[in-house]
Design a protein around this ligand. Sequence first.
Ligand code: CMP
Length: 136
Amino acid sequence: MSNIQQTLSIIKPDAVERNLDSEIKEIFINKGFKIVKEKKIQLTKSEAEQFYKVHETKPFYNDLCSYLSSGPILVMILEKENAVLANREVMGATNPKDANEGTIRKKFGISIDKNSVHGSDSIDNATIEINFFFKD
Ligand code: CMP
């Protein structure tokens, strides 16, 4: 049975700054994702705090929100069969040094903070995150 899903992907400031957005989009397209919507924006610190609210109690929350709002990001809705899990596989482990060969974070990630991409971690969060950026 088909299980087409949508998930939210963010190309983070470290990757946009290095002009890696086209190359990263190509990777998603080559892996069979459809880019349903996309926009380049810069979040305010308080918007980043809202977006990452699930991490509110974590020690890295403040730095994470400062970083996400430090420069332009490219936000995309990706669509594919089992898109949430498929996107996480293409991204690789959160920490680039633990990521498998061939993943985006292995290839482009600089550190656990500057790990080049974000992807929704569940179907429920995909809906929440898509609505956060694309509410119309
Ligand atoms: P992301 O998938 O965008 O979700 C939350 C982000 O927090 C994560 O990627 C990392 O960039 C960042 N982060 C910083 N420190 C940690 C940590 N110790 N564990 C998990 N994520 C972290």
